[in-house]
Design a protein around this ligand. Structure first.
Ligand code: FAD
Length: 414
């Protein structure tokens, strides 16, 4: 058990070898540091990737002046997060605890390291992914305050979860401190869901786009030019198409309305993706494809929803939900599957509150200890029923037909 914990820790905070630091030295510059220097701040989008050569640096979650040290990094270790490769904002700050020297590599050059230095690429990517998982488990930076019965609170939590945005969920029915916290940020329970980013940016029931802008999740790409290829949807299919398009020299843009990685991003383990015999999480798969797409110059814009398409002056014009548009010589729609909705009157009122279209950890938490009905007889219904059976009081499986075996695999039926 201890060995496993050590292994996880060393993946998250590996110590670089001399030869690896020497290679990294070609991509950046060294500089002296003093106690109290801030190497990057939560919310930064232009910060450098830092390798500590001498001294000590603390990584801090600073929520409304309540600084909490998440980790301490010594010489030979590096700081940074996956967002440095995706163009998104940092979630934590780094403050020098003991002066010394660091190697600072600009984000743009870090991308070159990750795509051109096989010796370092995996170490950096694996650490970034492990750090994100740790942050998701720990809950940092962002607070979402609301009611478990609110559809908008569910929407925001899902948006955060799909984007792997570390956050702390505070339920007003359960947490006795919730009301005081709301008061501190000038909000009332009736104005929930409320999001508080880094202890200062307060949003009352924001749209996904407002939420993404504030938390630095938004990835912008120039929309005023004409692309050779616009791909709608950045799940595995869309990201794959972007890699192929860009690697053939086409100027390529992927538009994604919710989260890079699509549905696959929510899968905890994908075992059947060719080339990864040991399996990998959907988030890791998406992150790897994203780095590859970026290497070939593909751009991504998220959250950006395509709502219309017209042909004009020999080009396609993709209309966006915020009123803007982008022009392209060709378009690939890789918008994935939509869940079929139940034809039940008034269903809309319950969606996101007590009717869900997935059975992931987020839904399990909401149903814990209750009775649940799973509607459907396919494999996903079978998997959902088995998963929820371990977490809820009772699961009913409702099917239209007579025979479960018609559409469900034998091992699930058994
Ligand atoms: C929990 C879970 C576990 C899974 N496990 C596995 C597994 O182990 N093995 C396996 O093979 N498959 C698995 N799957 C299925 C796999 O994830 C899907 O087959 C795969 O994601 C489909 O890829 P896609 O790119 O076609 O679509 P999606 O992943 O659905 O991506 C489509 C994307 O398009 C975006 N989009 C849609 N409309 C618009 C629009 N108008 N404008 C902009 N963007 C838009 C969506 O937001 C979405 O991100 C799993 C799925 C789930 C949910």
């Amino acid at each position: 058990m201890n060995d496993r914990m050590d292994q996880i820790r060393s993946t998250r905070a590996p110590t670089l070898r001399e030869d690896q630091i020497e290679i990294l030295g070609r991509y950046g510059r060294t500089r002296k540091t003093e106690v109290g220097d801030v190497l990057f701040r939560a919310g930064d989008t232009q910060n450098d990737f830092i390798v500590i050569l001498e001294g000590e640096v603390g990584v801090v979650d600073d929520f409304a002046g309540e600084a909490r040290t998440i980790g301490v990094f010594l010489a030979g270790r590096f700081l940074g997060e996956l967002n440095m490769l995706t163009g998104q904002a940092m979630y934590l700050s780094a403050v020098v605890r003991e002066g010394g020297e660091v190697l600072a590599i600009p984000r743009k050059r870090l991308k070159e390291v990750v795509t051109e230095e096989p010796n370092l690429s995996d170490v950096i990517l694996k650490a970034f992914l492990a750090r994100r998982s740790y942050m998701m488990r720990t809950g940092l930076g962002l607070r979402i305050i609301g009611s478990r019965h609110s559809g908008d609170a569910t929407r925001l939590r899902e948006f955060a979860a799909r984007n792997r945005l570390p956050h702390v969920w505070i339920e007003i029915e359960e947490d006795p401190e919730a009301e005081a916290l709301l008061g501190r940020f000038g909000a009332k329970p009736s104005e929930t869901p409320v999001t508080v980013w880094q202890g200062k940016d307060v949003l009352k029931n924001p749209t996904n786009l407002e939420f993404a802008r504030t938390t630095g999740l938004e990835v912008d790409a120039p929309l005023e030019r004409t692309y050779d290829l616009v791909v709608v949807g950045a799940g595995p299919a869309g990201l794959g198409a972007s890699v192929y398009g860009a690697s053939e020299g086409l100027s390529t843009l992927a538009l994604e309305s919710i989260a890079l990685g699509g549905q696959a991003g929510t899968s905890s383990r994908i075992e059947n993706y060719p080339g990864f015999p040991a399996g990998l999480s959907g988030f890791e798969l998406a992150s790897r494809i994203l780095v590859q797409a970026d290497k070939f110059g593909a751009r991504t814009a998220v959250p950006q929803e395509a709502v219309g398409l017209r042909r004009e002056d020999g080009h396609y014009h993709i209309e966006l939900s915020d009123g803007g548009e982008v022009a392209a010589r060709s378009v690939i729609a890789a918008s994935g599957a939509r869940y079929r909705r139940l034809e039940v009157p008034g269903l809309g009122r319950f969606e996101g509150v007590s009717v869900h279209y997935a059975a992931t950890e987020a839904e399990a938490l909401r149903c814990e200890g209750e009775e649940v009905a799973v509607v459907g007889g396919g494999n996903s219904a079978g998997q959902a029923a088995l998963f929820l059976a371990g977490r809820t009081r009772r699961v009913y499986l409702l099917i239209r037909g007579e025979d479960l075996g018609k559409s469900m695999s034998r091992y699930l039926v058994d």
